[in-house]
Design a protein around this ligand. Sequence first.
Ligand SMILES: *Cc1c(COP(=O)(O)O)cnc(C)c1O
Length: 471
Amino acid sequence: MDKVNWQEFPFEAFFADIQDYIRTSPERGVVAFENPMELRDQFDMTLPEKGRSIEELRGDLKNYLEHARNTLHPTFANQLYAAPLPISLVGDVVASLGNSTMATYEAAPIATLIERALIHNLGKRVGWERTEGVMVTGGSNANFAGLLLARNTRFPETRRFGNGNTRFSVFVSDEAHYSFFKALNQLGIGTDNLIPVPSDGQGRMRPSELDRLIHTAKDRGFTPLCCAATAGTTVLGAFDPLNEIADICEKHNLWLHVDAAWGGGSLMSKKHRHHLSGIERADSVTWDTHKMLGTGLVSSFILTPHIGTLLASHRGGGNNYLFHDGQENTLDLGPSSLQCGRRVDALKVWLSWRAMGDEGFEKLVDSLYSRSLWMAAEIKKRPNLQLIYEPTSLNICFRYKTKRKYLANLAVRPIRDDLIARGEAMINWSSRSGESFLRFIVVHPGADEKVLSNILDKIEEAGARWEASHA
Ligand SMILES: *Cc1c(COP(=O)(O)O)cnc(C)c1O
């Protein structure tokens, strides 16, 4: 068997294994946790001298799936994404089959047009007539690209000469994603110049504090560059008040970036898009469709209504062999990207949107929101559980109520670990203002009220076990 010959390679066997895994995934649970030492013992990682047979390779893949996290399982609530839409998997497989790079129109003609169509349509959801954008490697990278765009557009000389003596500052809420910290490191602005703006009791940036901190920065000789508001915070799922923040940005002439990596999906819903009202006033937006809309990791976009700025900011190089003679094909997305070779991520997003339609996405988002409300209400009904924050969106922050109150913080982590060890559910945890809690994300389309109720039972059982062992 020649392993480099496409026509002779037995794909059927592998696809049958994949199909089999998908069919049986509900019975597998989310998989018990193994520590790295155990995993190394159980899994043969060696890269062999002689190539392995097809049957051995099928065994390798089965073994891999056995030990991987089963994100298809509805009790996977650890991350801001869960099972991708089935059609998204198909799109990803076909994207790999095509193996094209998004750098040039000539290498990926249809994919380039599809990515451009997606950018236009996502921009319309934001509220823009025309949108420039590009797909990136994740929301973190979109936030970086947004800040780079802000700096290069507002201070064009920095593109060639760097930051010089200008001391920029960038404002985010104290609940913002850590990628802004990394972005300031990458930009040479310096991580100390990321100014955290205090948030209110529900995790929303306080506009008056933003105004105050901008004044303080100016007084100290800094150049306030950008405010990056969050639409859907990572821990609480809170939405910064975008209109009030946009007013302040206008007043002080700051670039407004909106990180809607998580909350962006709400724009598909007439009922819930009000959380992001004012987003149309942003100068740039981050949106991960792989989160709320289920289009599979990675589907991330950086979007701007200022046509031509992204290209002007990010372009440069590659003229001798890729973008010939500096005569970039105007359709090429490569010059607007920070990557050279780039996967066709657009196909799975486009196929998912075709499969769901606007209506299907709206229904999905609405059902996630209503389940999240249901779950919060159910937690409040249960005497052994305590809701820590009223949810605005799909993040449910709660914990087991220990009989001795002072142990509640301490019990969060062991209860979570117990659920994982038993393969019953995978839920993350966090803390804010001295309170620890479980952070459950209602994003799996299969996590209906029955599943959610069952998980709450398991949490109560784990809590009771923990208390019994700490009597
Ligand atoms: C998930 C998330 C990010 C990071 O996105 P990645 O695609 O994981 O890099 C950034 N900001 C917010 C608010 C997020 O929820």
